[in-house]
Design a protein. Structure first.
Length: 632
């Protein structure tokens, strides 16, 4: 295949735009379309290579996947190693456990399948997302498995069906993607069937160029088409953002723009810019650059470096370019040469060693996940970190279960319903009311809105939020108390029937009123827990191999409430519900900040992270509940 320097230039634009987006640069709020540019390039290059070999009867799956392994695995293995070491040293058990799952799925090119089951790509949790960008690698790897088989079968049995087949697949995938966007399905962002149309744009471009290389098109027309193509790539980077409907129709524009530039090479300005040596350099190292940038961003956030988006972009770009160049020069190129060597034994050894990394990292990932994030590493490497881990763990998950847990009795003492911020008040309230476990029913799951008649887009699939909500409101069971809470400042895009009122708390009003009206039939006491504190400095008190008692105590003093204005606004909103004699409002701010904010007991933090309270807070909250509930 003839080398195209302008395609490396396209790669450079794609990877830099993605890094800018992940760095938080607002100007390039649609920089994520760089991934779509990569998809088109991949579809084009793979199809051009395979089609030529099939025509020449030289194609073999062994050779194809050998080249893919030599191309993909070296930098990927480096990424896995760096992220695993960082997680081992710095992450708490839960975060390392999650990383283990991501490592396992990513090893097999299935990260997109994992993330499709419960991750919002645009939800900002950078400190714990070093591998989230590997969803796109999963899409490509799955495409590499399916497309060569389809192309080979179609060519051998009925050549003329190839192009109609590709167009049919393109329109099916595009229709699925549009439908997923309209229904706000998380999986529509991650899974191959919703993204295949982008790779197929590259496939269509490659197949058309096999029949017509465009030499009969005037040079001026080619230049105009390349200008228009670049316009279609660049403009979405500035106009789109995390709230835009995507992929669907909006993903078509950068894909078509990329196809135009690939299909009509010329001597114009766009081709000259893309073929500049600086663009070529970035393009040549774009794969490791893409792999390394997200872990670096994640590490910056985790280590709490106070950098502005442009500073993050600059630092990450500098470090990632250096690391990518070293990888390209001293790892990728030597491995490719050895894998393509005429020495069969050397080639087999190199590819065999590369492929061995897959099961090794998969075993490592599943081992981390099955051992609760290698919890024993604290016992061995830093016993004090184990004390921190126990003190800052969740009291709910040690004593209760998620989902619909309602006993068959006709009456119980308390029903708790809500998401993860409700969960951490269950044990303290149980102790304050002196209840037994069988006195309590819980209907709860993280990231789940359980108010009556909510139109909720569920981002997870292990425990269906909508299913447990249906069971809840079909129940006729009575209670002494019903306790309700949600993360009231969240769910912007997940609740489709929010009130049109602008205030982030007032939008809950119709849903909350319907919920109160429903439970008034089944209890005389409805307790609503108001807006929850958001804590700044929580990353500094996470258990890790490096934490010491001195460091913990120093960081405890740095903890502070960062959403005071929201808490004030919420108080004005929730107090209106106390007109109803059956409703009692408990403000978390009043629990922790009656006189002055108490966020720790000088030994342990009352918060395990920025929003959830810890085991160590149980006794403190229980005492505060006893005072507050005595009025009921």
């Amino acid at each position: 295949m003839k080398y195209r320097s302008d395609i490396d230039g396209l790669r450079a634009i794609a990877v830099v735009s993605v890094i800018a987006f992940h760095s938080g640069i607002v100007l390039l709020s649609g920089g994520y379309v760089g991934v779509d540019v990569f998809f088109v390039i991949s579809g084009y290059l793979i199809t051009t290579l395979i089609f030529k070999e099939i025509k020449n009867r030289t194609f073999s799956f062994r050779a194809f996947y050998k080249r893919r392994a030599a191309r993909l695995l070296p930098a990927l293995s480096v990424t896995f190693a760096i992220v695993s070491i960082f997680g081992l040293v710095f992450y708490n058990n839960q975060a390392f456990d999650n990383l283990g799952k991501e490592l396992f799925f990513s090893s097999f090119g299935a990260a997109n399948i994992l993330f499709a089951n419960g991750v919002n790509y645009f939800a900002k949790d950078e400190a714990y997302q070093p591998l989230i960008h590997l969803w796109s690698l999963g899409v490509e790897e799955q495409f590499y498995i399916i497309w060569p088989i389809l192309l080979l079968l179609a060519y051998r049995f009925y050549k003329s069906i190839i192009m109609p087949l590709v167009y049919i697949l393109f329109f099916i995938s595009l229709a699925l993607s549009i439908s997923a966007v309209e229904e706000s399905l998380t999986k529509g962002y991650f899974l191959l069937q919703y993204r295949a149309f982008e790779l197929l744009v590259g496939v269509i471009t490659a197949l058309h160029l096999q029949h017509n290389n465009g030499n009969n098109i005037p040079e001026l027309m080619k230049k105009m088409l390349s200008y228009f193509g670049m316009f279609l790539i660049v403009i979405p980077m500035f106009l789109l953002n995390k709230n835009s409907s995507f992929p669907g129709y909006n993903a078509l524009w950068p894909c078509l723009g990329t196809a135009l530039i690939i299909a009509f090479p010329n001597n114009g300005l766009i081709t000259k810019i893309l073929s500049h040596k600086s663009f070529i350099f970035i393009g040549l190292i774009s794969y490791p650059l893409y792999l390394y940038h997200q872990p670096l961003i994640s590490f910056i956030y985790f280590l709490n470096f106070k950098l502005q988006p442009f500073e993050i972009f600059s630092v990450v770009l500098f470090i990632a370019i250096l690391g990518s160049w070293l990888t390209y020069k001293f790892i990728e190129i030597p491995i490719r040469k050895l894998s393509n060597s005429n020495k069969k034994k050397s080639s087999i050894l190199v590819i065999g060693a590369l492929c061995t990394t897959i099961p090794l990292f998969a075993i490592l990932g599943i081992g981390i996940a099955k051992s609760n994030g290698f919890e024993n590493r604290f016992r061995v490497l830093n016993p004090f970190a184990l004390e921190v881990s126990n003190a800052h763990a969740s009291s709910f998950h040690e004593n209760f279960e998620r989902g619909f847990n309602v006993s068959h009795q006709k009456h119980s003492k308390v029903l708790f319903l809500g998401d993860s911020v409700l969960q951490h008040y269950v044990l303290p309230m149980q102790k304050a009311l002196n209840l037994k476990s069988y006195d309590i029913d819980t209907v709860t799951r993280g990231g789940c809105v359980l108010l009556k008649n909510v139109n909720f887009i569920d981002k997870f699939s292990d425990v269906s939020c909508n299913d447990i909500r249906d069971k809840l409101y079909n129940s006729k069971k009575t209670y002494d108390y019903v306790v309700i809470s949600q993360s009231w400042d969240s769910y912007d895009d997940s609740v489709l029937n929010f009130s049109a009122k602008k205030n982030k708390f007032e939008r809950w009003s119709p849903l909350l009123e319907e919920t109160i009206n429903h439970f008034q039939t089944y209890t005389n006491n409805i307790i609503i827990i108001g807006a929850h504190l958001s804590i700044d400095g929580a990353l500094g008190i996470q258990p890790s191999v490096t934490i010491t008692k001195e460091k913990l105590h120093k960081n405890l003093r740095k903890l502070k409430v960062k959403n005071l204005s929201d808490l004030k606004n919420s108080k004005n909103f929730f107090i209106e519900y106390e007109y109803n004699s059956r409703v009692k409002i408990i403000e978390p701010y009043n629990i922790f900040c009656e006189l002055k904010c108490q966020l720790h007991d000088n030994n342990w933090s009352y918060f395990s992270d920025s929003q959830h309270v810890s085991n160590a807070s149980t006794s403190f909250i229980k005492t505060r509940f006893e005072t507050i509930l005595s009025d009921l």
